[in-house]
Ligand binder design. Structure first.
Ligand SMILES: Cc1cc2nc3c(=O)[nH]c(=O)nc-3n(C[C@H](O)[C@H](O)[C@H](O)COP(=O)(O)OP(=O)(O)OC[C@H]3O[C@@H](n4cnc5c(N)ncnc54)[C@H](O)[C@@H]3O)c2cc1C
Length: 465
């Protein structure tokens, strides 16, 4: 397609799912683009390993159906028929004093919708349950500044709900610190429920949507890596450069981009990289914008996948897995029972388990060596699930500074970033570092960003070579 010296319409820096979704949209619109990806492979934090009947997602493994962009893209790519729902039962557990307790049924991320179900929960003390049930009479707060997840849940549901539900579940899915993560950025629906109905429980009860028989999540039989492969397959061969870390971005009338794989010139650029990488690349373009991008925090996590023979694990593994509250002082953040969650992830008679470590609440965990991380995860899993004997294998995936933390004030900082970026002709930002939480959001944001770049090119159609 394009020779290195040709002027491209768009350079896409970063071949994670946001950059790839942007590239797909540019391709669909017939634009000339190139993806420059630092790593030797595409996908960013999406990585799937397959061997001897095992299918192991090292990063994300689930697509939220409620946000339709991921499922829609799978359909467009011709892999919609391959999407599989989670297996039943879809129960998850929370650890308390080393034992696993089922999350209240019919809950929203552990927060109860029905007080009767809450009464049956074995996770919380009577006092804790009573305090949660009182949420219906806690006065609503006048709209004010952003607040942390802990502050919101504490004032509405009490301290026990923070320790055993909000911390491991609401903050846990973002690998973050419950006292710092922003309610407004991450759970606007809960704030809206309070604002409208005066009570989260009342608002959710009024919705009365029965759980979908398909469940909330889908995946692909070959792991989420299948989605990355399907996008890569439809992009023109020379439109993607891997092992092409971008070290410098200069802007005059056009953008000049220096990467390890060669130089590229483009009329517009889409940065689909972590916010701190965008900060580095933008320092010569706009120092204020660079500083705003660089101010966002990132957490580091690791996942460790273990294969066992089913007979080695005494626990029923009847559900999708468990989360571990910080107050338990375990090295584990959570663990999923992959083979109970998705079909065909392990050979017959075997189970695949996945442990999560690190995150905003345990920031130094990843300073430890590989073996130490694997051993810590293995020991904690063996204790929780009564496992006997050594695993058949362990696979460690390190995600250093890969989980953006939308802390209190994130949306305000983002407004500043967007105002500043929109004043720079031909510059666009996308991905999880900014306004996209999870794969569906990254896909929607990447595609919308590509559409905005296309509009910019159409309205600035004179070549500025
Ligand atoms: C362990 C884990 C589990 C998760 N589970 C789920 C889940 O089940 N479901 C879900 O929806 N979401 C999940 N997420 C979140 C989701 O995976 C991310 O939000 C999403 O994949 C981020 O995509 P992205 O393109 O914004 O960023 P990234 O995937 O980080 O991509 C950025 C890309 O930029 C490249 N890059 C960096 N610097 C440069 C440079 N200088 N030059 C060129 N390229 C560069 C990187 O190599 C990378 O490929 C999970 C995340 C993690 C870490």
């Amino acid at each position: 397609m394009n020779g290195a010296d040709d002027l491209l319409d768009v350079a896409v820096v970063g071949g994670g799912i946001a950059g790839l979704a942007a590239a797909y949209e540019l391709h669909r619109r017939g634009l000339r683009f190139r993806v420059l990806e630092a790593a030797p492979r595409l996908g960013g934090v999406i990585v799937t390993e397959r061997f001897d009947g095992w299918v192991i997602d090292g990063g994300p493994d689930a697509l939220l159906v409620q946000k339709p962009a991921a499922v829609a893209l799978c359909r467009e790519l011709g892999i919609g028929d391959r999407l599989v729902p989670t297996l039943q039962p879809r129960t998850a557990y929370v650890m308390r004093d080393g034992a696993l307790h089922q999350i209240v049924e019919g809950s929203f991320l552990g927060l109860p919708v029905r007080v009767s179900a809450l009464a049956r929960s074995s996770l919380l003390t009577w006092r804790g349950r009573l305090r949660m049930a009182c949420e219906v009479v806690v006065p609503r707060r006048a709209p004010a500044d952003d607040e942390s997840i802990a502050a919101f849940v504490r004032r509405r549901f009490g301290n026990e709900a923070v320790d055993y539900l909000a911390e491991p579940l609401l903050a846990g899915i973002h690998a973050g610190d419950v006292e710092r993560l922003s309610m407004r950025a991450l759970f606007p629906r809960l704030l809206e429920a309070e604002r409208r109905s005066g009570s989260v429980i009342r608002a959710f009860r009024a919705l009365q949507t029965p759980p979908s028989p398909q469940g909330a999540f889908v995946s692909l039989p070959g792991g989420i890596g299948e989605l990355v492969e399907a996008i890569a397959n439809v992009l023109p061969r020379d439109s993607v450069w891997t092992s092409a870390r971008v070290g410098e971005l200069r802007r005059a009338a056009i953008y000049a981009i220096e990467s390890d794989a060669g130089a590229v010139r483009a009329r517009a650029v889409i940065l689909g990289v972590p916010a701190y990488v965008a900060a580095h690349l933008l320092r010569g373009v706009d120092t204020t914008l660079a500083e705003l991008c660089g101010a966002g925090a990132y957490a580091s996590t690791a996942t460790v996948a273990f294969g066992y023979r089913r007979a080695q694990v005494r626990h029923s593994l009847n559900g999708s897995g468990f989360v571990v509250p910080r107050v338990e002082r375990s090295p584990l953040l959570a663990a999923t029972w992959v083979t109970s969650k998705w079909p065909d992830r392990a050979p017959e008679g075997h189970v695949l388990l996945r442990a999560f470590l690190g995150g905003g609440r345990d920031p130094h965990r990843l300073d430890r060596g590989d073996q130490e991380l694997v051993d810590a995860a293995r020991e904690a899993l063996e204790k929780a699930l009564a496992i006997e004997g050594a695993p058949l294998f362990a696979r460690l995936f390190r995600w250093t500074r890969q989980s953006p933390q939308y802390d209190v004030g994130h949306l305000q900082r983002l407004d500043g970033i967007e105002r500043r970026a929109s004043a720079i002709p031909g510059l666009f930002l996308t991905g999880s570092g900014f306004r996209a939480i999870g794969i569906p959001d990254c896909i929607a944001d990447g595609r919308e960003t590509a559409a905005r770049a296309a509009t910019y090119l159409a309205t600035n159609s004179t070549k500025t070579d």
